[in-house]
Structure formats: C-alpha cells, structure tokens
Design a protein around this ligand. Sequence first.
Ligand code: NAD
Length: 494
Amino acid sequence: MNAETLISTYFQTGSLPDLPADHFIDGAFVAPVNGARMESFDPGRGRVFADFARGDAEDVDRAVESAVRGFEIWRRRTPAERCRVLNDISCILRANADLLAVVESLDSGKSLAEAQGDVAGSARLFEYYAGAADKLDGRSVNLGGDSAAFTVREPVGVTAHIVPWNYPTSTLVRGIAPALAAGCSAVIKPAETTPFTALLIARLLVEAGLPAGVVNVVTGTGSEVGAPLVADPRVRHVTFTGSVATGVNVMRTVAPNVTGLTLELGGKSPLIAFEDADPEAVADGALWAIFSNAGQICSAGSRLLIQRSLRDKVLPLLVEKARAIRIGHGLQGPDMGAINSEAHLNKIAGFVDRARQRSVRILCGGNVTTDPANGEGWFFEPTILDGLAPDDEAVTQEIFGPVLVVQDFETEADAVALANGTDFALSAGIYTRDIGRALRMARAVDAGQVTVNDYWAGGIELPFGGNRKSGFGREKGLEGLDAYTRAKAITLAA
Ligand code: NAD
C-alpha cells in the first residue's frame, strides 16, 4: 500500500492493517511469556490505535539468548557478505519507505514529511555502513628485528539498543547499522510509546537476508524490559539514547559487568547570532532549530543567544514566522505535529506555566492546544520566552518541546559564557559573516557539533554526540563504528 492508501485506511478505520504486535526474537514474532499487552496512542488524536506486547525479563532472556546465537553466525560471515546484506537492507527500507513513514508519523506524532526524512536517512545509514563493513582493517606495526605485529578489529559481541520516542527509526538505525557492519548482534528496546517501526524494521532485516537471531526486538517498559536488558552480562555494549536521569541509571546498572556504553542524552543547545548576521537567515535558522519535530529533539536549538544590537531586527520576524506555523495531525501535512504523549505535553506546559508565574515575557504561544481541524490531540503552541535570567529553569533545563528561550549578549566573551552556561554540551549554531569569529566561537563553544550560518548541517557522514551531561561516545560517521569493534594486538616473535 502506498502512503495515500495507508493514510485513508487509517482515518476510515482508526488503525492500520497488519501491524506487528509481538516481540521479534530469533527471526519471528513471538508472544510475550506473560501474555501482557499495552496500548499505543496516536498523539495527533489522543486515541489508542493499536496494542503490543508488554515484555519482561523472561522475554529479554530469550532475546539475548537468540542474539548470542546470532552473533556466532554473523561474526563468521565475511566482511564482503556483511556489506552485501547491509546494502540489501538499505534497498528494502527504501522499498518500504511509505509504510515505515506512515507508521512512524502515527506512532510518534511527527509530520509525515519529517518521518519520510527519517526513513530516507535510515536507508542511507545502512548504505553508508555497508561501505564500511569490508574496510574494518587493522594495522601492521613495526617493532623492529624479525618479529611481526598487527592489529585486528573484532566485533564486541551482543549489543543492546535503548531507543527514545522522538526519533524511533533513525536513533535505532544509527546504532544497529554500524553494529551490524562490525559483525555484532543486537537486542533492541524501543520506547514504550513508539514500538512499531522497530518491529517492522526487524522483519525487513531478515527479509533482506540478515540471519535470524542477529537482530531482536523486545517491547515494553523501561523498568520491565530496558533494565534487565542492560543488566544482562551477555550484553557487551549498550547504546542508550534518552534522558540524563535514565542514562545515569543505566551507567550504574552496567558498571558491575564492565559493559561498554554510549550515552546520547539531552541538550540545551545555543544558536548564537552576532550583529553582522542576516536577520532573515537567523530567524529562519532559529525557527528550524526549535520547531522541527515540535522541539522534541535532543539537539534542538532551544536557546537563541542574540547580540543586543540585532534583537530588534530578528525578534519581530521570528515571532511573525512562529505565529504562522500550522499545527496539525502528522498525517495531514502540518508544519508542526503533535507532542508524543499527554504526560510529556503536561511537562512542557508546566515549564511555561511556571515561567508565566515568574512574569517571564511570552512573545508568542505559551499554551496547550489541539488540532484546529477537529479539536483533538496533544499539541503545544510554538512558544518564545524572553527576558530570562541565566539560571532560570527554562534556560538551564531541557524542556524538549516547541519552546525557545531568548538570551541577550553584548560581547563575544559573554556569548561564550552563556553558551557554555548549562550542564549540557550537545550542539551549537553560530551566525556571523566574520570567518575569524566563526572559527573562534566554534572552538570556544563546548559541543559535539557546531554549524556556522546554519543549524544541523552535515549528517550521516559526520560524528554526532555530546559532552558533559549530554553524554559520551559518538554515533554516525566512521567514529560510529568505534563502539562496536575492539582492537586486538597480535605479535609473532621471530
Ligand atoms: P527516557 O530516558 O525516559 O527513555 C529512553 C529509553 O530508556 C526508553 O526506551 C525507556 O523505556 C528506556 N528506559 C527507561 N528506564 C530504563 C532503565 N532503567 N533501564 C534501561 N532502559 C530504560 O527518555 P525519553 O523521554 O524517552 O526521551 C527523551 C530524552 O532523550 C530527552 O532527554 C532527549 O534529549 C534524549 N534524546 C537524546 C538524543 C541524543 O542523541 N543525544 C536523541 C534523542 C533523544
């Protein structure tokens, strides 16, 4: 079925046909041992559209057992075979892009266009790592004399992937594509509100030729599925994407097993605009940086740091553009979709309500709302807050919604101090025509990725990750392979 047919089926029936509803273990869908189920909501309507397995430690045990067997098969495949299978996976994702994008949009609340971009990027990730699978060479080391020494890169083993709800497909794929290229196997735990694309992708991987057991998916809650998965000593690397609090918890859990860990956590990233920047470009950049995916992005540009002399040229433009954003159900072509869950919507509203009580200036938005077409769903207006102290909770904490805070600065040194003034260090954008200043700022700002005169430029080929409380480790790019391989030194004495 193409996207149009799927969408009309959904609006006629309230669900989609043939959605997978069970765990995916050892190449097949299997019911949870305990028989428990949970519901998934369409955030655009605030209604249940399907249910799925609510797993527990017994299901996790079966999935890890399957991944241990899968690893023994997959690690023995030649790099050239792994390359071919990953390329075939990329093709099968493209062939099923309509289905994946519609399901992703429905489950997460994001617009279909954004979901289509996520699926296309995920196919590209497999293509990129297919190209790396047969190039994971070691090096020959000259120790002198007649001895010989070289290194080999070996896969780390079974890997666990804990996935959040804001980018269910792309976060999952940026972890498993390099893991598979390296020869690892995987057990995936999708977020409890967005399980379906992971299950669909797992089935497609097997259809594309990945041996059964190499990738497994167990759905359910963080405490019932995520916790036993990361605690399992057979798991040799955990790739966790989510909140700081849970990330710290996961760190504690993996410590006794000395399991490898990548943490992709939150952010409060600055977009820094200097007086020589083009006001229109700054307003468009800020809009894109905070209102994409309704601000539910770890690397969202959630703070606009603006040089005082530029304020009056940018803020009126920005407010006008923010007010023009069309909110609506993800499958009906809005500029901005829904908030993923009612609980998260309340959290965003709490931040803004408390700011209102502190008499923070609200330049636009500030309210919970619904789809203007029918009064349904979980939405929040595009919101801009101004006049906040550097230690205000709306400045220091991740709101993870369509809420931009504006901070003024006078000098370059002030801009650096504000930019680095939170516990997070994930991304940054710098707008200036002065190349010297751009380079100084790019070095001075603590972040995993910095973009000049744009936001989120680059992509799959560049490493992505954070510093400080935004986490550690890098995904994407060739650096994304490092977590999934380890070097072994082999020396032959003469
Ligand atoms: P969360 O921490 O609540 O949940 C993330 C995942 O962890 C979910 O799958 C959840 O079920 C699981 N989980 C919960 N408790 C667990 C436990 N004890 N052991 C193992 N797994 C457990 O985060 P969220 O609310 O789903 O996601 C939003 C957060 O994710 C934001 O803070 C955002 O910044 C962050 N995020 C970061 C990146 C990045 O690349 N840095 C990308 C996307 C999201």
